[in-house]
Design a protein around this ligand. Sequence first.
Ligand code: SF4
Ligand code: SF4
Length: 160
Amino acid sequence: MERRSEPQRTQGLHLVRAEPTGTPGEHPPCERCTSKCCRYIAIEVDRPSTSRDFDQIRWYLLHDGVVVWVQDGAWHVEFRTPCSALQSDGRCGIYDSRPQLCRDYGYGDTSPCDYWAKPSDFDLMFENAPSFEAWVESERARKARRREAARRRRAAGERA
Ligand code: SF4
Ligand code: SF4
C-alpha cells in the first residue's frame, strides 16, 4: 500500500465497507471505497536518531488527528484532515481540475492504494504520544540488554 487518486469518482456513491472486496487490479476500486485517500496527507520525515528527534516525533503525536507510521523503514507524519474539495457524498468537488497526485494515485507503478491497506503493511504505527513513549522505552531496554549481552560475551572471551 502506498498512500495517495481519484479515477472514475463520477460513478455512483462511495459505499461504506469495513473490509475491502476483490483483489488489486489495474484500476483502484473508487466506486467501492469511502474516499480513504482524500482524508489525510502524509509527509515523509527523517528517521529519528537523537533525543531531540524523538522528542519532535512525540510533539507531533501530542496533537489530535496526527499519527506517525513507518513503512519499509521510512518514517511518515500523517495529518488526518479531509481535503476541502471532498464532498459529503464522497465525490471530488473539483474532479476536472484535481491535482496530478490525485490523478496518478492507485495507477501504474504505484503499489495498491489505501483501499487495500491493512495493519500489517506498516512496520510501526503510533496513534498517540503514550504509545510512542512506550515504544521508545522498550527500544531503550532492548538495546541495553543487547549491550549487556555483548559486554558479557567480551568478558567471557577475555577469561577464556
Ligand atoms: S483509496 Fe483507492 S479506491 Fe479509495 S478513493 Fe483512493 S484511489 Fe480510489
Ligand atoms: S482534490 Fe479531489 S481527489 Fe484530490 S484529495 Fe481532494 S477530493 Fe480527493
